[in-house]
Design a binder for this molecule. Sequence first.
Ligand code: ASP
Length: 354
Amino acid sequence: MNYKKININTALPAHPKARIMIVYTGGTFGMTHDENGVLVPFDFNHILEHLPTLRSLLLDITVIAFDQPIDSSNIAPVHWQTIGKIIFENYEDQDGFVVLHGTDTMAYTSSALGFMLQGLAKPVIFTGAQLPISEPRSDARENLITALEIASAKFKGKPIVPEVCIYFDYELIRGCRAKKVESMRFDAFQSENYPSLAKAGVKIDYAVEAIMPASESPLSMLSKFDTNVALIKLFPGIGANSIQAVLGTPGLKALVMETYGAGNAPSGEWFLAVLKKAIADNILIINISQCPGGMVTQGRYETSKTLEDIGVISGADMTTESAVTKLMLLLGEGGVEHARQWMGRSLAGELTEN
Ligand code: ASP
């Protein structure tokens, strides 16, 4: 995955307030309509034409852009590794990072980066836009300007938000608690089971008590992903054949199963038999609720107690995006037993531990 430094021609302010690196990966933010009306990425060198106020932030900004900016539907672990590498290699020189990313899979990438960057003590703020910056009514300008402010915000010389987050439509959300919930209106993201970390109005109000404290250990990076995972959503009437087909995928190591309510699933014998066989074959099954709020509590109902009894792992109040990316990283870094041990524990504030 290739990337390059881009000169955006902001003259360096005499006394920059902070040094911020923008990592431009693509997405609607930087798109413009071609002659056929189709949205295609524009040349990021021209950002100042769309956003002259960037200068007035008095920041020392460096931009690193993917050689080929992408629609985030094409994001894969190799892109997470590239974003992680850029942040890791420039960490000492920068006060914070803003990652411009398509909204479609932003919650996966922000979750993955939250797990990859161990010992984080500086802000990594993802943002993007629902309308390209070239459009008069675009949300790109506000999203980027405020993301830059948050990435550079300090209190008593220390970063206020030393976490991986998404800033979008006046709200700051922990990256591994975020979900894209809207494709037309500007409020594209929601925080699941965790309060917003900040709201932006006339001033930016930080929910200081909800923000993770800066790590005291040095930054390190985990970056091995194993993609032998699958995701299935239960629905009334789902057949044994489709669940079996997924669990029979060659090389499969783990399944994220989206269940009902507090983690409930059918209690029919065929269903439990299929899951039991997979567990006996050393496939991890993680229980994540289809409900955006609340948590999986295996054993609260009979229909989830059986899952607990056969060895299904509770995903507590994690998002699907967190569960999938965390599994891939844990499997990649340490294999099935390592993933079994750590799935239920909080690595980056993605779940509420009992
Ligand atoms: N398809 C675009 C993407 O995710 C949508 C967006 O950026 O809002 O890259």
